[in-house]
Design a protein around this ligand. Structure first.
Ligand code: IFM
Length: 446
């Protein structure tokens, strides 16, 4: 199956950027050469990760990065989105770890030599454990430690980085990690979730100022994930439930960036759950962005509930990926158009989109037409959003290769490249070949 879009689509122009994305903990391995992080601790806690696995070796990218860069180049992409492991780059005392610095500098130089733009995310969930021991994202001081880390990283990397994102998906760090506890560090209290979210956004704002000072010409922004919220019925109750869920899950992270305040539902939270916000915090958080990264995978449906502001509805008989997420591309169009109408958005990049599928490899290629179809339908949805005026500049497939999928361990495969973990062989799946051919077929911008 081929990926195809109308000839005059913005998505077919040469200057629309295509990339692949990964994250440090999910692929690097080389755990002995960095500080332990909260995910090492979480993985070592029985029952937390479905297959009992960890990130000690992962895709062994720490040792295999040159061949991985060749692989990326062979896909013909314009850009590679990677994240930096905070505890690999910095020692516990905050000094630069020379081995970690060498690893990332060589990697970034390797990208440059291959003509691939580096989109660097500074934080993709792997908080050094020593910072968690001091309170993690519940401790306001972590936000200032993050700004120092951003300072050291951006001075070191110089012009090797094409664009910086401060955080990846603060919703996941705060809500999954501190509010419901299904991600590291595994804490589970609403008050923790809200406070962690505020400190993460503060960290983002502080780091934005640092990045703009150190690299004024490098676009800097943040990556947010969105799971659009739809009402189960047209009833007032279901519509109110979906709106509340949207504020709690999605708008909570974007509204402070553009409007300097949290959604009004903050007033409905019990006093003990409301985050502590210091004077001036919202101004810091509202630092202008050069771009917004949007990660999109699926939607959720909500209904009213007697004892909670919203309740998730599990729809039967809808198409789902191997991780159980509904395939609903229309939500990508709806999301982008609604954000565009609601906020003064800077240029947008789709920094992650992709599907976990039950891939099989029996020594030849991997026929993942289901994934290619997912990409086809989401690229079409993106095309429709752009037609309605959303300024989208690029798209990154999640992920370059199969990797450690957090609480699912290695059970779920999101890659457009298959990883045979015992041999660490990489095999480009049919979806990867289709992505490569589609990228190659772009035309010059008139
Ligand atoms: O693998 C993750 C990634 O780390 C963050 N965004 C969602 C992906 C799929 O769950």
């Amino acid at each position: 199956m081929k990926l195809e879009l109308p000839h005059d689509s913005r998505l077919r122009q040469r200057d629309f950027l295509y990339g692949v994305a990964t994250a440090s903990f999910q692929i690097e391995g080389g755990a002995k050469h960095r500080q332990p992080c909260i995910w090492d601790t979480f993985c070592a806690t029985p029952g937390k990760v479905r297959d009992g696995s960890d990130g000690q070796v992962a895709c062994d990218h720490y040792h295999r990065w040159p061949e991985d860069l060749d692989l990326i180049q062979s896909l013909g992409v314009d850009a590679y989105r990677l994240s930096i492991s905070w505890g690999r780059l910095l020692n516990q005392d905050g000094s630069v770890n020379p081995d970690g610095a060498r690893f990332y500098l060589e990697l970034l130089d390797g990208l440059k030599a291959r003509g691939i733009k580096a989109f660097v995310t500074l934080y993709h969930w792997d908080l050094p454990q020593h910072l968690e021991d001091a309170g993690g994202w519940l401790n306001r001081d972590t936000a200032y430690r993050f700004a120092e880390y951003a300072d050291k990283a951006s001075r070191l990397f110089g012009d090797r980085v094409h664009a910086y994102a401060t955080l990846n998906e603060p919703f996941c760090s705060a809500y999954l990690g501190y509010e419901v506890g299904i991600h590291a560090p595994g804490l589970a209290q609403p008050a923790y979730g809200r406070q962690a979210a505020h400190h993460l956004l503060l960290a983002h704002g502080l780091a934005m100022a640092v990045l703009k000072r150190n690299c004024p010409d490098t676009p800097s922004g943040i990556v947010l994930n969105f799971t659009p919220c739809y009402p189960h019925s047209d009833s007032e109750g279901d519509r109110a439930a979906a709106a509340y869920a949207d504020d709690y899950i999605n708008q909570w992270y974007i509204r402070p960036l553009f409007e300097g305040r949290y959604p009004e539902i903050i007033e409905t939270l019990p006093e003990a759950v409301k985050p502590t916000i210091e004077p001036g915090d919202m101004d810091v958080i509202g630092h202008p962005l050069d771009f917004l990264g949007v990660n999109f995978y699926t939607r959720e449906v909500y209904q009213a509930a007697a004892d909670a502001p919203f309740q998730t509805v599990h729809l039967e008989a809808v198409e789902r990926t191997d991780i159980g997420w509904e395939v609903y591309p229309q939500a990508l169009t709806d999301l982008l158009v609604s954000l565009h109408r609601r906020y003064p958005l800077p240029p947008v990049y789709i920094t992650e989109n992709g599907a976990a599928m039950a891939d099989q490899w029996q020594g030849e290629g991997v026929q993942d037409e289901d994934r290619t179809r997912y990409y086809q339908r989401h690229l079409e949805a993106l095309h429709h959003a752009i037609e309605q005026g959303v300024d989208v500049r690029g798209y990154f497939a999640w992920s370059l290769m199969d990797n450690f999928e957090w609480a699912e361990g290695y059970l779920k495969r999101f890659g457009i490249v298959y990883v045979d973990y015992p041999s660490q062989r990489r095999i480009i799946k049919d979806s990867g070949l289709a992505y490569r051919d589609f990228i190659q077929s772009r035309t010059e911008t008139p």
